[in-house]
Ligand binder design. Structure first.
Ligand code: CO8
Length: 374
């Protein structure tokens, strides 16, 4: 059995930012317009008026201050309320492959590895822009990597599940190196017209290069162990899919064709699931709370992370021990814990241990215990 290591990582951050205040102004204008258009139905009790959103609520409920998106013009137009992304010719790079390239290139440069030395690309994300050909195979062609590529989707846990899949292939000897890339265009499957969730997500792409540890050319993170688990739940769901046109009425503008969640239930059910999962993983690996220098958690909600950090460490995390990036990026689905890892890991000393953990729809939870090596 070989050992695997994370030798490079990279983040592509879109250039457009939407602050909570901007978001709320657009939403409230949309709600006022909708209420005016449906005034008769509202007065007759056939429809409920849409209530205003508020920046204070958003920050207090989530810890989010802003989000990066690929396009803000459509999102902030009360007559549109979704991103406008240019349609591309089949010969052009797709949107997801294009944003993946910058993250992958940064990961390869950090590890001093040429794309041709990579044996596999796993495009692990919570949605893919088309059914086929696989986005990963397109990324393979654009980068010039060898071997093979495939897409996978475990919603917010896609990155950690991808890391486990790549690590297992390296351990068994079937590949030497893999890029696990997470291009997340959450803005295109979020319902921006629903105040319960319109603030939650942003866009980003992350990548990690996983190599056989003996091939690493510089400082790296040895992957000591991985653990993945799923447990079916309907509390986070998106019904859009290829059967849509086979069902009457499903081509209409339907709420269930975008992200839906019962946020309160998710909060209550996922927290114990994740805390138990991490405790089990640490016990399996023989890692004690005092051994962990850093936690890079899924970035959905600050209160959730505070709770999990306290549960795992048995005390309130010290500043820097459990870095959050959600105040700047919002929830970026599978990419969140990898952004945190990418921005807050290079200062770790040889021998330091850390844990990456993601969780979300499925339900799904994945964790990776890493050790800094010189
Ligand atoms: N402004 C003002 N008031 C509001 C707003 C708003 N924007 N939204 C809701 N309210 C009101 C509600 O109507 C409610 O009013 P009332 O008490 O009168 O009913 C009150 O505020 C409280 O609402 P909530 O109970 O909903 O508020 P919470 O404190 O529970 O916070 C959260 C809501 C932030 C959603 C919280 O429940 C949460 O973070 N839950 C966990 C969410 C989570 O982790 N989800 C994981 C999803 S990510 C994932 O798995 C990936 C899926 C694939 C990616 C999809 C990309 C689009």
């Amino acid at each position: 059995m070989h050992q695997a290591a994370i030798t490079g990582h990279g983040v592509f951050t879109p250039s457009e930012i939407i602050t909570n205040d901007e978001l709320v102004v657009a939403f409230n204008a949309y709600a006022d317009r909708w209420n005016a258009e449906h005034a008769d139905d509202i007065a007759a009790g056939r429809a409920e008026a849409k209530e205003h959103s508020s920046s204070e609520f958003i920050f207090a409920a989530s810890g989010i201050e802003q989000r990066y998106v690929l396009d803000k013009t459509g999102l902030l137009d009360p007559g549109v309320m979704h991103p406008w992304l240019r349609e591309r010719a089949d010969e052009e790079p797709g949107q997801m492959a294009e944003m993946a390239l910058e993250a992958c290139t940064a990961a390869l440069a950090m590890a001093d590895v040429d794309a041709s030395e990579v044996d596999a690309v796993l495009c692990a994300a919570s949605n893919h822009e088309r059914a086929y050909p696989a986005i990963a195979v397109e990324i393979q062609r654009l980068l010039g990597t060898g071997g093979f590529g495939f897409d996978m989707n475990v919603a917010c846990s896609s990155a950690t599940f991808g890391i486990q899949a790549a690590t297992d292939m390296i351990r068994s000897g079937s590949i030497r190196r893999a890029l696990v890339v997470n291009p997340e265009i959450c803005s295109a499957h979020l319902e921006w017209r629903d105040r319960d969730c319109h603030f939650i997500f942003g866009d980003v792409a992350t990548a990690v290069l996983i190599e056989r540890a003996d091939l690493a050319k510089g400082p790296h993170f040895l992957i000591r162990s991985t653990r993945c688990a799923t447990q079916f739940s309907d509390n986070i769901r998106n019904n859009n899919g290829f059967l849509r046109r086979t069902r009457k009425g499903h081509m209409e503008d339907r709420r269930d064709m975008q992200f839906m969640q019962n946020g309160r239930k998710v909060f209550k059910e996922v927290l114990p699931l994740v805390s138990k999962h991490i405790a089990g993983h640490m016990a399996e690996d023989g890692v004690k709370a005092a051994d962990l220098k850093r936690l890079w958690l899924h970035q959905a909600n600050k209160t959730m992370n505070d709770y999990i950090g306290k549960k795992v460490l048995g005390r309130d995390p010290e500043p820097g021990e459990q870095p959050n990036i959600l105040q700047d990026y919002a929830n970026t689905s599978s990419a969140g814990s990898i952004i945190a890892f990418s921005k807050y890991s290079e200062d770790m000393a040889p021998g330091d241990l850390g844990l990456i953990c993601s969780f979300g729809a499925g339900y799904s939870v994945g964790s990776v215990i890493v050790e800094r090596m010189s």
